[in-house]
Design a protein around this ligand. Structure first.
Ligand SMILES: Cc1cc2nc3c(=O)[nH]c(=O)nc-3n(C[C@H](O)[C@H](O)[C@H](O)COP(=O)(O)OP(=O)(O)OC[C@H]3O[C@@H](n4cnc5c(N)ncnc54)[C@H](O)[C@@H]3O)c2cc1C
Length: 369
């Protein structure tokens, strides 16, 4: 097999193909925008087609639920959890349920240089590192293989990630008899920004503020949790001082301009009410209009219960949450990614041309104009 995907738009970088290849003929390589794509070593490839058979973009229809989910508004009862979560802290509640039963949790974490990557958590400390959205594409590495091994060992497993990663895992697991203990939670996902721009952005902050980055938090609640304000906060510290800095350029660069998203996001097949997961979590945008009694500026989640497994998982943690059923129309009106993919601006090509020609600092100066 020469290549798995025909165009970049048809590869979401979930790494299902890399994880499944029986001869290790596939490795994931970053392109000039920093996104990982599979590359096949022809000398090792035995043309078995396993990579194509697990690809969530080639076989997407098979992985989506057919029924309409149930929609809930929810928030964690613990103030500590709320203040250390992006939305209403539902990730902590559902992952607690799995950890309590001796299970393992997979989600996005940082390494010591703040690269974003998926990791495995067996205890609360490891799980807490997965809290808070990291708005950069996560490197999945061999996580799907690790998940299968945990399932073979009869552990309960919770996987959390973007919709395409969730679909990639469903593709990778296929009809495995070990699926019974696997719970998949995805996010409503706007689109996924470039790890290369993330590297440049971190370097720029270190240059401007001095020292090395020592902590980072996307979308903090220091102002409040609201559509208007939480996007204005990107807080960090560096080794130079204990001062907490906020950089407002983050949102414009990462989401406002829509120029640094993965090409496949514009063709995303998972911006749909029919999910490729058991349970879906996101911000309950618009709650202040529909149910103002819920709005306390500390975060409210929307939960989509997509099937019986999602219902079972929710029941395991419902004691920790305040929740109520809500009409699906509210989230359909507020969350574009439940009905259509992101649309890139015409300036996307110019952005990358300028980046290659003039470098990142030039790009940042253009943003400020
Ligand atoms: C790239 C991205 C785009 C998003 N777009 C939207 C949107 O358009 N609308 C909306 O309402 N919500 C969106 N979300 C979801 C939202 O930001 C929260 O992650 C979600 O509501 C969970 O919040 P929480 O309080 O329950 O948990 P938190 O404790 O904040 O949990 C964070 C969860 O997100 C996962 N995660 C964090 N970073 C990544 C990553 N880079 N890749 C994969 N998984 C990750 C973790 O594994 C964990 O499960 C997006 C999240 C991401 C990562």
């Amino acid at each position: 097999m020469e290549r798995i995907y025909l165009k970049k738009e048809y590869c979401c970088g979930c790494s299902a193909c890399y994880n499944t290849c029986p001869t290790q003929a596939i490795h994931m390589k970053p392109d000039e925008e920093g996104f990982l794509y599979p590359v096949i070593d022809q000398a090792l490839c035995i043309d078995c087609n396993s990579c194509v058979n697990v690809c969530p973009l080639i076989c997407d229809g098979n992985y989506k639920e057919k029924t309409i989910p149930e929609f809930l508004a929810a928030k964690h009862k613990s103030e500590e959890v709320l203040m250390n979560s992006t939305s209403g802290g539902v990730f902590t509640a559902i992952s607690d349920a799995i950890l309590r039963e001796g299970g393992v949790v997979y989600g996005a974490d940082y390494d010591d240089k703040f690269h974003v990557l998926h990791k495995r958590a067996e205890n609360y400390d490891q799980r807490n590192r997965m809290r808070i959205s990291k708005y950069v594409q996560s490197n999945m590495g061999d996580i799907f293989k690790q998940i299968k091994n945990d399932l073979i060992d009869k552990r309960k497993v919770l996987f959390t990630g973007t919709p395409c990663e969730a679909a990639g895992l469903r593709g990778y697991m296929g009809n495995s008899p070990f699926n019974e203990n696997l719970y998949i939670c995805d996010l409503i996902c706007h689109s996924i920004p470039s790890p290369l721009i993330w590297e440049d952005y971190k370097r720029l902050l270190e240059k401007e503020y001095g020292g090395k980055l020592t902590s980072i938090q996307f979308r903090s609640k220091i102002m409040d949790w609201s559509r208007e304000n939480s996007n204005k906060t990107f807080i960090f510290t560096t080794s130079n001082s204990e001062e907490i800095h906020n950089d407002e350029r983050f949102y414009k660069l990462f989401f406002g301009e829509k120029t640094i998203m993965r090409p496949s996001c514009e063709k995303c097949r998972f911006t749909d009410i029919h999910r490729a997961s058991d349970i879906t979590i996101a911000d309950y945008w618009g709650i202040e209009k529909y149910a103002p009694e819920w709005m306390d500026k500390k975060g409210v989640s929307v939960i989509l219960i997509n099937n019986k497994k999602g219902e079972d998982l929710f029941k395991k943690c419902s004691e920790e949450l305040k929740y109520e059923k809500r009409p699906k129309e509210e989230s359909l009106a507020e969350q574009q990614r439940l009905s259509q993919p992101v649309k890139f601006p015409e300036s996307r090509k110019k952005f990358w041309d300028d980046y290659r020609k003039h470098g990142f600092e030039y790009i940042i100066k253009q943003l400020n104009k």
